[in-house]
Structure formats: C-alpha cells, structure tokens
Design a protein around this ligand. Structure first.
Ligand code: NAD
Length: 459
C-alpha cells in the first residue's frame, strides 16, 4: 500500500506554505525551515516497535509471530489505535495506519495521538487458547510502551472485545496497583467497555453519508447550484433519487452501517448488494438486511453462500462472486472490509457516484486521483469511520472517572462531535477546489502544526 497518508500530508503542507494567513508569524526562511520540519515530523513515525512473539502451540510446536506497535505522533495526547490480527499485516501498512490515526484524532478534536498495532497471523487458524497466549505475549512484549497515558490500543480487523479484555487483564497483572482501565478500549461492557462502542463506527459511517446528502446538501441546494464545483453537481444529482447502495464487508462496520441505511427515513435507500470474504449477495428490489444480520450473528459472521443457506436465512438474493460488489451499477458504494480494495486495475469498472470509506484506506491513492477527476465524491476514512475512536475516547474517559454513560448519551456525544467536524469541512469542500480527503487532511494538519509550533517543536 505504501505510505499514502504521508504523501497527502506533504501535499497539504505544500498548500499551507503558500497560505500566509496560516501561522502568520512565520515568514521568510524561518517559515521554510518550520515547514521542512513539519514534513519530516508528520511523514515519519516517532517509534516503530517490532517483536517476534514466542508462542507455544497446542500441537507442541513453537512459533515466533511477527508483531508491531507503531507510535506515529503524540503531540495531541497519548498514542491511540487498534491492533490488527491478519496475515497481510506488514510494517508499511501499520505505519500508514498509525499516521492516519494521528490525523483522524486531530480532525475530530479527540485528545489522542496516532498509533497502530498488528500481529501477522490469520486468527482463524489458531485455537482460543493460542489466541489468548498471543494476546498475553503482545502485552508482555510491549508493556513498557503502552498504558492509559502513553499508548492506548483498541480492536481492529481480527480482534474484538475478547482480545481487549485479555490484554487489559495482562496489563493489570504486569503493573499491579497502577491505573489500568484506560489501557485498552473496545473492552466488553462488563469489563469497563462503553455502551455503544460495537455499533459506533458503523453508525458513524452511515451518519457521515446521511449528514452530507440529507442535512448539508438538502439545506444548501441554492448555494451548491451556484458553485462551479463538480462535486457539488454530483451531490445535487443524487439528493432526491431512490439511491441504490452496495456494501463491501458485512462485519462490525459494514453490517451496522447497512442496518442504519435500511432503517433510515431521511433518504430513499435501497440496499441492493452486500458482500463478505466469501460472496456478494444481490437483489435489485433490495435485500432484507435485518434478516442477514440475524443470519450472520448465528453463523460465525458469514453471509449465506448458497441457496440452502439463503433459504435458512429466509432471504431472497442471487449469489455473485465476492468482488462483484465493487463494480455493480449502484449509486453509493460503502467500503467496509479491508484496505486497498479499489485500485488501478478495477477503478474504471466502479460505477458508484459516491464512495464511503468505512474501512481504512480502501481506495489506493491512484484510484483516489481518478475518482476525484471524475467528480466521484469519496467520503474518506478519516471523516467517515471516526465513530470508533470517538467512542473509544468516551470509554477511556468513563474508565478514568469510573462513571458510565447511557447508550443514548454515548451516541449523542459521538454524533455531536462528528457533526461539528462535518459543519467545518463540508462548506470548505463544496466551496473550494480540493477533494474531501485533502480538505480533511489540511484541517487536521493545521491543528497539529499549530500545536507543534506553539510548543516550540518546529526547529
Ligand atoms: P470485521 O472483521 O468485523 O469485518 C470485516 C468484514 O469484511 C467481514 O464481513 C469479512 O468477511 C469481510 N471481508 C474480509 N475480506 C474481504 C474481502 N476480500 N472482500 C470482501 N469482504 C471481505 O471488521 P470491522 O471491524 O467491520 O472492520 C472493517 C474495516 O473497518 C477494517 O478495515 C477496519 O480497519 C476498519 N475500521 C474498523 C473500526 C471498528 O471500530 N471496528 C474502526 C475504524 C476502521
């Protein structure tokens, strides 16, 4: 994947260098020097920690499992980011995702920096006992660098509340008597997790799309129609249609976002396709999303893969190949599976006018450029999928105060925070020539740069 985040950060700083109203005290050579410093700080992580976890398998063998914890930047607060268990995890990817976390937190005013972890395993190939050992070892190997005020991991692909509960338990044993509740977020509710954390990302992903099209575009039609901006045209064309939606990925993020879309009464939605690691399911009249959510929750998270299973689920759909979801004739494509799914080879076959990134970095930078030139609106990961980290912050806060919010209070705080960001970003996006992703990056980079400058770090 490469460090695509670093590239956009550099482009954002280039744009800001010429904007004399930004950090106006910095002029001439001092300005040039400070910006060179900013590029180097933001395009490289503070620390890349790598260990080979030594795991005794149940078959008697011993395996050394590569694992990472990357700490990108902590100027806004403790490092924060998920731990991914997946066979494709690699250093470049973890670095890229950690820098995305720095920017995401800055964009939404979450008082955390950016970090990310990864373990190179396919968790489906390990027993529960082996996964427990991997989690314990991960905490043992990285215990010096993590903690409630240092670096706070969370779940990501292949990990969930079970792993976070194990990890927090291990952290507590290693550091007796020290505060531990805020050392991990995404824990189970009984173990100090927040109500609403499981649904937070998916709900936020759909909210980002709905808020843009229904609230912002719906209220600004006249202003938008006067703009010489291809993205404004795209948004206006979609606003009053019956929208056909497709979702790639039907896990924690995709299934919750699809259910929100299904239940939404602000927009006229028809969810015609959903997919997972095995199949795409298609129905031009609209899929029964609650039926599919019920089926997946009883079947290890997997969608029905054949007619018998569809019958069990009592859902009408045709079965297509896994990757067909990306190129169907739909208005809106939600990407909620993995990174790098839309790229140079398949971008020309994508027909959607709006792409919503539930996953991190699902559109490669080459494809991103292609869509921007065509006027396809991409609601980027940094904007759309921040619900998870916002509610993680609320979990950390609740753990610190040992006072817990109701689910209603959690979602209210989450949506208020996201809305604040949307109200800053959407007018800029539809008003100026930069794509949405770049707008978000510029905004985040401005915040981080100002703090770095104020703390005297730009030497
Ligand atoms: P998950 O493991 O619950 O679900 C992943 C889904 O993608 C599953 O349905 C799986 O079958 C499917 N999938 C896997 N490989 C696929 C492929 N090649 N094609 C199509 N589908 C495939 O994970 P999740 O928590 O829903 O996360 C999804 C994405 O969102 C990840 O990229 C993650 O980093 C990102 N994300 C998650 C959160 C969160 O809070 N869970 C927050 C921010 C970003």
């Amino acid at each position: 994947m490469g460090n695509s985040t670093a590239k956009i950060v550099e482009e954002s700083l280039d744009a800001l260098l010429d904007d004399k109203s930004f950090l106006p005290d910095l002029t001439g050579q001092a300005r040039q020097k400070a910006f060179t410093s900013l590029v180097s700080i933001l395009s490289t992580p503070n620390h890349v920690n790598k260990s080979f976890l030594r795991i005794a398998l149940e078959n008697g063998k011993v395996e050394r499992v590569p694992s990472f914890r990357v700490q990108h930047n902590n100027i806004m607060g403790p490092y924060k980011g998920g731990i991914r268990f997946h066979e494709s995890v690699n250093e470049d990817e973890v670095v890229n995702l950690s820098s995305l976390m720095t920017l995401k937190n800055a964009l939404h005013d979450v008082p955390f920096g950016g970090g990310k972890g990864g373990v190179v395993i396919n968790p489906r190939e390990y027993s529960e006992k082996e996964l427990y050992m991997i989690c314990k070892k991960y905490v043992q190997y990285f215990s010096e660098i993590i903690g409630p005020d240092k670096d706070i991991p969370a779940p990501d692909v292949g990990t969930g509340d079970r792993e976070m509960d194990w990890m927090m338990g291990e952290y507590k044993s290693i550091r007796p008597g020290e505060p531990y509740r805020g050392s991990f977020t995404g824990k189970s509710v009984v173990n100090g997790g927040s109500l609403g954390r499981r649904e937070a990302t998916g709900k936020g992903v759909y909210f980002a799309f709905r808020y843009m099209l229904h609230n912002f575009v719906g209220n600004q039609e006249k202003w938008l129609s006067e703009r010489d901006n291809i993205f404004a045209q795209t948004a206006l064309e979609q606003k009053d249609k019956t929208l056909s939606l497709a979702f790639q990925g039907f896990g924690n993020v995709g299934s919750v976002a699809a259910l929100e879309a299904f239940q939404c009464n602000h927009l006229n939605n028809k969810i015609v396709a959903v997919s997972d690691r095995n199949v795409t399911l298609y129905n031009s009249d609209g899929l029964d999303i609650p039926g599919l959510v019920k089926y997946t929750s009883n079947n290890n998270g997997d969608l029905p893969v054949d007619d018998d299973q569809l019958k069990d689920a009592d859902v009408k759909a045709s079965i297509k190949d896994r990757d067909d979801v990306l190129t169907l004739d739909v208005d809106v494509l939600f990407l909620a599976a993995l990174g790098g799914q839309v790229h140079q080879e398949n971008m020309q076959d994508v027909k959607a006018s709006i792409i919503v990134e539930g996953a991190n970095a699902p559109v490669t930078s080459g494809a991103d450029k292609y869509f921007n030139e065509k006027g396809v609106i991409i609601i980027p990961d940094i904007l759309a999928n921040a619900g998870g980290v916002i509610v993680s912050y609320l979990e950390w806060l609740q753990g610190r105060e040992t006072q817990f919010f109701s689910e209603e209070e959690v979602f209210k705080r989450q949506f208020d925070k996201m809305q604040e960001t949307f109200d800053t970003i959407f007018p800029q996006f539809f008003g100026d020539p930069f794509p949405l992703r770049q707008n978000c990056y510029i905004h985040a980079v401005m915040k981080i740069s100002t703090i770095l400058y104020r703390q005297g770090k730009l030497y």
